[in-house]
Design a protein around this ligand. Structure first.
Ligand SMILES: [Zn+2]
Length: 487
């Protein structure tokens, strides 16, 4: 495991500092912000602890809303570092808030820690389960939680020394992979008093994110009919599976008449048990997505009509239940530009020959070109009108508070996400390097946010402009989320 600070990165750091100071018109003798140097040192000082926390959460591999040991690992560490910790917020035992300092500004940072079912994997480049059938961190959330907390601790140390004024708040956000814990926390107003919030996500490339995500709604359609003998008296029966078939047929006709950006996908969860009984129950689990929440709302209304029509055709009853939904991410380019400067100061992540060989072996195992790892820093990208596929509950937070999102390399390119290879990299030095890099970059950006009131104002102005008149309303029902059954 090679997690010591690479001398190349340090060299780039000081070079970057020099360039930044010169370009900002400072005298060349002036060093970078000492607070930024201090947070980098803090992450280095705590790196063994952060790696240990990440590795423990990786090994626990607890799925959505069952992350009790993982959540405790992070919350206990925050408490030991002097944070005031509130556990079990928004009706979720594994959701927590850890806060240090007082007064404004209040800068938040989020950490996830839930795993995915069925993808257990050893930290090696060939496929082999750590425990057959168990869960695994196929989205790198073990790194996400530990890295964000590392950044919060670094900032806390500066507040404790009186070098920064205000409050740093870490959000322990469970169940990103299912019901979306952040949405419940947002519904309860837990992000309302923040000035800015930050997050990061494991990825095959480093970027200060300037891209949105897809809005989506997740719902269940249930049909209830009347059972009968399928041969003796089928005329006395009303088939719930007829309802399911008419519904899915209707949805598939609808595909022609929605915007190209719309995605609709479903799974038939119940469709009768045996052929010789008219089935009385049918169930479809469906998602509708688009690059805009407003379009998702329109399509969902039409899908509701199709469900009613299907029930009429089959002579059965229908019930549609919304489980959850995400907003699209509201981009904040002002915040991304501030983060970008810090990525350039830190410079690229470099890898050892062993790490590159590990990555290439993974690419080979998955039938991809063996390009190794990409730890480069690229220029800030243009924002696409329609984001690539995928939704996140960070989207909901971004409609409540200006958000800065970082993605950091923790696995090779073309790696199937939510799969064994991401689990493998997240449990060894490739993942650890990404996690420590993220902690530093986010802590440096938080230093900017604490020190620079104009940056906070500019981020808020962009946020208000992009949000317009939209009033945030979570898709979820009242009360705490149900623990997902298929975890
Ligand atoms: Zn994820």
């Amino acid at each position: 495991m090679d997690i010591t600070l690479n001398p190349y990165i340090m060299r780039k750091f000081f070079l970057g500092v020099f360039v930044l100071c010169t370009s900002a018109g400072f005298s060349q003798s002036k060093k970078t912000d000492p607070n930024k140097e201090a947070v980098i040192e803090s992450v280095s000082k705590h790196q063994q602890e952060l790696v240990s926390i990440s590795d423990k959460i990786w090994a626990y591999a607890e799925t959505a809303l069952k992350e009790s040991k993982s959540s405790k690992e992070l919350a206990d560490y925050a408490e030991a570092q002097g944070f005031v910790v509130k556990r079990g917020v928004s009706g979720m035992p594994t959701a927590f808030i850890a806060e240090y300092g007082s007064g404004k500004p209040i800068i938040g940072i989020m950490g996830e820690f839930d795993a995915l079912p069925g993808i257990s994997q050893k930290a090696q480049p060939t496929r082999e389960a750590l425990q057959a059938g168990a869960a695994g961190h196929g989205c790198g959330h073990n790194l996400f939680g530990a890295g964000s907390l590392g950044a919060a601790v670094a900032v806390k140390e500066l507040i404790a020394k009186g070098k920064l004024k205000g409050t740093v708040r870490f959000y322990g956000t469970p169940a990103e992979e299912s019901v979306g814990g952040k949405i419940y926390m947002a519904r309860d107003g837990l992000f309302k008093d923040l000035d800015v919030c930050l997050d990061w996500h494991p990825n095959p490339e480093i970027a200060a994110s300037t891209q949105s995500s897809q809005a989506m709604i997740d719902f269940i359609v249930e049909f209830k009919g009347k059972s009968a003998h399928a041969a003796a008296d089928p005329w006395n029966g009303r088939s719930a599976v007829d309802g399911v078939e008419a519904f899915t047929h209707g949805v598939n006709l609808l595909r022609e008449h929605v915007l190209p950006s719309v995605r609709m996908h479903y799974a038939i969860k119940a469709g009768g048990d045996v052929p010789n009984v008219v089935p009385e129950y049918g169930k479809v689990w469906m998602w509708v997505r688009d690059s805009k929440r407003s379009v998702v709302d329109q399509v969902f209304a039409r899908v509701n009509d199709i469900a009613k029509g299907a029930a009429l055709i089959a002579g059965v009853e229908v019930k549609v239940t919304v489980q959850t939904g995400d907003y699209e991410l509201l981009v904040n380019r002002t915040g991304a530009a501030a983060l970008q400067k810090n990525l350039e100061i830190l410079g690229p992540i470099t890898y050892t020959p062993d790490e590159i060989a590990f990555a290439k072996k993974i690419q080979e195992a998955q039938g991809h070109e063996q390009t190794g790892l990409d730890g480069a820093i690229y220029p800030l990208k243009e924002t696409k009108e329609h984001p690539e596929g995928g939704s996140t509950d960070v989207g909901d937070i971004s409609w409540n508070v200006p958000e800065i999102t970082l993605t950091t390399t923790t696995a090779p390119k073309n790696t199937a996400w939510h799969g064994w290879a991401v689990v493998a990299c997240g449990g060894m030095s490739i993942g650890h390097k990404g996690m420590l890099f993220s902690a530093k970059a986010l802590a440096m950006t938080m230093v900017d946010l604490f020190e620079n009131e104009q940056l906070r104002k500019d981020m808020r102005a962009e946020f208000e402009k992009r949000k317009g008149n939209t009033v945030y309303k979570a898709y979820i029902p009242d009360g705490p989320p149900p623990v997902p059954a298929n975890n």
